[in-house]
Structures are given as structure tokens and as C-alpha cells.
Ligand binder design. Structure first.
Ligand code: UDX
Length: 438
């Protein structure tokens, strides 16, 4: 089967590489010459554990290649995936679909024979219909079927998510397209990964509803965490206690500084806008978005409160900048807002992140970057854990204590048992637990 992936960003590259690993022939296309040149030179432009090996292996096997030329690449394809970006449109929060429609037109102009065009990008409900209308009106002689197949990849775990998915959602009712999509995912079907076929609009909504629900679940536990702090309960134990109920489930109940990343903030906003357009508002999600926005700034205030209400001239050591571990992605990372609040308060901010510092330099104001947690802890008035990278989970607290000026840890990810931190003489401010002030 010949598959072409339009867009070699995060989703396109992971999906393309994994489909090649299944044994298909895949060409990943991108307009950015720099990106394709880098990929052809063996450089993977994103940080995703395991991806570089899969790309190298499948290139060597002759199943994966890269191209800047959309038209020649898709000419003989059986399936063309659209995996281009759908950023939030400036001003109104709607998903910007201009790249999707442009790609669709270019594809239609170039394909020959029956071709399945699949939207993998997260697109609002009705986008498949619009692409189909464009094909029907502008390319009536072409035999193309439009299918929705949303991705549910988590950054940092994308390869596993692709190869061992909870489900694969495929939105089409056209029998020829159903057959081809079964063929695309046949290796997973043998793994018993459920293929869930439904109408295209339903499939498009499943993606938004899934992300909105997860964002709401995180926001729920974050509010419960705030309540825990006031009433003297422990949010981790509350999460465990409710998570044991199978109807609730124990995943996505880690309280923290608020969700970030490339999906939840953008997709929740897009769902809110779509629902408003259809005069059927999703008020729970509107509230989720507002609470999460406020929370990031509130985390800055939490750090300031831990420093006796004043950070002016104080050195604050930030551990972790990316929106979550195992990625270099800084999109909508809570660290951006937290650090801004600290800079506004006059703090002298030093930060360290294992992978995110290059990207951080583009989005964060004037701060100092360090080479490891101990270097930035030197003379610090507070250490703030913002992202739960593994290397922060077993810090040498005795050494840390000898380096800092004031022994205060603000742990926005709850990665330490309270007793372990306090026994080394630190004040410990976690999320959703009683503060331990020395
Ligand atoms: C998410 C979805 O999980 C994935 O299915 C979708 O396709 C893309 O969006 P991703 O953004 O990579 O994936 O990360 P995820 O692991 O879901 O975390 C998102 C944000 O929520 C992060 O900021 C994370 O720190 C936060 N989070 C997650 C919590 O605060 N608590 C949790 O319990 C889980």
C-alpha cells in the first residue's frame, strides 16, 4: 500500500514512521525545505523517544522517504493523510483550516484513480464535508473519498500510543474506503486494537470530545486540590480514592499547575467556538478553559506566597519548562505564565530543563538558563518544580540544602513524599496538601 503523509510535523512524522514500520510504503511531504533536508540528512526535527530509530530503520529498509513535492508524491498514492497544522486563528480561537484546504486542493489536482484522503489533523466538525464539497465542485472528474481518522497521540509516548492504541476511530460510511482503512491498520487489527467505524462528523467530534473531557478531568482534580489545601485533605489520596471507582478511572487525575501543550488548550477553545456557532454552548468546557487560564497565573502567586509574599530581588530556581516531561515542546506550557508572574514580581529567575531550553528561549522573557538542577539551586531562595522530569524525582536533597540560600521547595507536580523533603530541612509547598513551613 502506498501512503503519503502531508505535513511532517509531530503527528505526520510519528504516524508516517509507524505506518512504514507496519510494512507500508510511506512518503512524508512537507513544504518546509529545511525540514525535509534535515530529515533526509538523518536529523529528526522533534524530540520524541524512539522516533529516530524507527525513521532510520524504515528508511534503510526503503519503506520511508521524504519529499518537498506534494504533486509527484501523491500521484500514485492509495491513501493520502492530511496532517498539517490547525493553529488557533488569531482573534477568535477558531481552528485555522487554511493549510488543510490548501493541501486538499493540491492533493485533488494531482491524484489519479480511486484515492482515500484522510484528515489526521484535528479539524472541526464539518471539515470533511467541506473538503468533499471542494472535491465535488472543483475536481468533479476525480474519484476521491474523504475520511476522518483523528489521532490520540500523547507527546513523549506517541510511538506506544500509535502502536498500542485504546481504539482507532475511522469516520466513513463508504465501503471502498472502509476496506482501504482496514488494510492500513491491519497490523494493529491483528493486535486486537479495536477499529471503531462511524460517520465522519461523529469521528470529528470524538476527537474534540475526548480532549475536552480529559482537560475537564484535570481541571476538576485541580479545583479539588485547591479545596484540599483549605480543608487539610490530601489530593493524591482523594484522586486514588475516587479513581478506584471504575466509572471514574484513575488516569488524568494528577493535580498540577494546569494543562498545557499543543492539543488541550487549542482543542478546548475550538470546541467552545464550534458549540457557540451551533447555538449549543458547552458551558462545562467554557468554564474549564477559564479555570485553567487563571490557574497558571495563580501558580505564580503560590510561589510568591511561599517566599513570604515577596520575590523582589530573590533568586528563584525553576526545574522544568516544557508542558510535560519527555518532550521539548513549550506550547502553552504553564512555566511561561508562572515565570512571567515571577518576573513581574521582581524575581531573578534561573531555569533548567533537560530538553526544552532552546524552545523556551523563544517564548520566555529574560531569565538565566543553567546546566543542571544543582547549579541553579546555588544561592536560591526557592526551588520550584514545574515539570516532572524523571531526573528531578530523585534529587540529592542533602546536597540541594547545602547549596540554597533559603530551603524552600514548591512542588507543582507532587513528585516527593512530604516527609522526605521536610526531613532535609526544607519548607515544602505541594499541590493539594497542607503546606509544611519550617
Ligand atoms: C493530549 C492527549 O492526551 C492526546 O490524546 C491528544 O491527541 C493530544 O493531547 P499531550 O498534549 O501530548 O496529549 O499530553 P498529555 O499527556 O495528555 O498531557 C496534557 C497536559 O495535561 C499536560 O500539560 C500535562 O501535564 C497535563 N496533565 C495530564 C495533568 O496536569 N494531569 C494529568 O493527570 C494528566
Amino acid at each position: 500500500m502506498r501512503i503519503v503523509m502531508i505535513g511532517s510535523g509531530y503527528v505526520g512524522l510519528v504516524s508516517g514512521a509507524c505506518l512504514a514500520d507496519f510494512g507500508h510504503h510511506v512518503t512524508c511531504v512537507d513544504k518546509s525545505a529545511a525540514k525535509i533536508d534535515a530529515l533526509e540528512a538523518g536529523k529528526v526535527p522533534i524530540f520524541e523517544p524512539g522516533l529516530d530509530n524507527i525513521i532510520e530503520h524504515n528508511r534503510n529498509a526503503g519503506r520511508l522517504d521524504f519529499s518537498k513535492e506534494l504533486a509527484t508524491s501523491v500521484a500514485n498514492a492509495d491513501v493520502v493523510f492530511i496532517a498539517v497544522g490547525t493553529p488557533s486563528r488569531r482573534g477568535d480561537g477558531h481552528a485555522d483550516l487554511s493549510y488543510v484546504y490548501a493541501a486538499a486542493r493540491e492533493i485533488a489536482a494531482a491524484v489519479s484513480g480511486f484515492t482515500v484522503v484522510v484528515t489526521k489533523s484535528t479539524v472541526p466538525v464539518g471539515t470533511g464535508d467541506e473538503i468533499e464539497r471542494i472535491f465535488r465542485e472543483e475536481f468533479p472528474q476525480k474519484d476521491i473519498c474523504v475520511v476522518s481518522n483523528p489521532e490520540f497521540l500523547r507527546e513523549g509516548a506517541a510511538i506506544t500510543d500509535f502502536k498500542r492504541p485504546d481504539r482507532i476511530v475511522i469516520g466513513t460510511e463508504e465501503p471502498r474506503a472502509v476496506e482501504i482503512m482496514r488494510e492500513v491498520y491491519r497490523p494493529l487489527y491483528l493486535n486486537e486494537a479495536p477499529l471503531y467505524f462511524c460517520e465522519r462528523r461523529t469521528s470529528e467530534l470524538i476527537k474534540y470530545a475526548a480532549n475536552a473531557f480529559l482537560a475537564m478531568k484535570i481541571t476538576f482534580i485541580n479545583e479539588i486540590a485547591d479545596l484540599c489545601e483549605q480543608i487539610g485533605a490530601d489530593v493524591q489520596k482523594v484522586a486514588k480514592g475516587i479513581g478506584m471507582d471504575k466509572r471514574i478511572g484513575d488516569k488524568f487525575l494528577h493535580a498540577g499547575p494546569g494543562y498545557g501543550g499543543s492539543c488541550f488548550p487549542k482543542d478546548t477553545l475550538a470546541l467552545v467556538k464550534t458549540a457557540q456557532d451551533y447555538d449549543s454552548p458547552v458551558r462545562l468546557i467554557e468554564t474549564t478553559v477559564a479555570i485553567n487560564d487563571n490557574r497558571k497565573r495563580a501558580m505564580g502567586r503560590k510561589v510568591i506566597a511561599a517566599c513570604d509574599g515577596n520575590v523582589r530581588g530573590k533568586k528563584i530556581a525553576i526545574l522544568g519548562l516544557t508542558f510535560k516531561p519527555n518532550t521539548d515542546d513549550m506550547r502553552d506550557a504553564p512555566s511561561i505564565t508562572i515565570i512571567q508572574a515571577l518576573l513581574d514580581g521582581g524575581a531573578n529567575v534561573h531555569a533548567y530543563d533537560p530538553e526544552g531550553m532552546e524552545m523556551a528561549k523563544e517564548v520566555i522573557g529574560p531569565i538565566t538558563y543553567g546546566t543542571d538542577p544543582y547549579e541553579i539551586a546555588e544561592g536560591a531562595d526557592a526551588i520550584v518544580i514545574v515539570t516532572e522530569w524523571d531526573e528531578f524525582r530523585a534529587l540529592d536533597l542533602k546536597r540541594m540544602k547545602s547549596l540554597v540560600k533559603t530551603p524552600t521547595i514548591v512542588d507543582l507536580r507532587n513528585i516527593y513524599p512530604v516527609a522526605e523533603v521536610t526531613k532535609h530541612g526544607f519548607s515544602y509547598f505541594a499541590i493539594g496538601k497542607k503546606n509544611e513551613k519550617k
